[in-house]
Design a protein around this ligand. Sequence first.
Ligand SMILES: [Zn+2]
Length: 105
Amino acid sequence: MLLIDCPYCGLRPEIEFSYGGEAHLARPQRPSDLDDQAWSDFLYTRANVKGVHAERWRHARGCGRFFNALRDTTSDRILATYETGRPRPDVAPGTAKPPPSGGGA
Ligand SMILES: [Zn+2]
């Protein structure tokens, strides 16, 4: 079973979490100033990263809070988790901490 490290609760089973899309997306300050293409890009265009991807997750069946995670899309390993509003940590693919005994994926 994959364990995810909630920044507020610690390691919990994956089934307690829900994926919330790409992290660090900033809503335009004045959406009415954007043309249709720019607005469409903000709403629908997302990175399709091969490697480390910043994602938003929610501990839906735990504390209920949102947080960010860096996941290596090539291995499906979560390299780091951090509270929303904090800057993205600097980690490289393949640097995930080994899972505790009995965990991992
Ligand atoms: Zn939590």
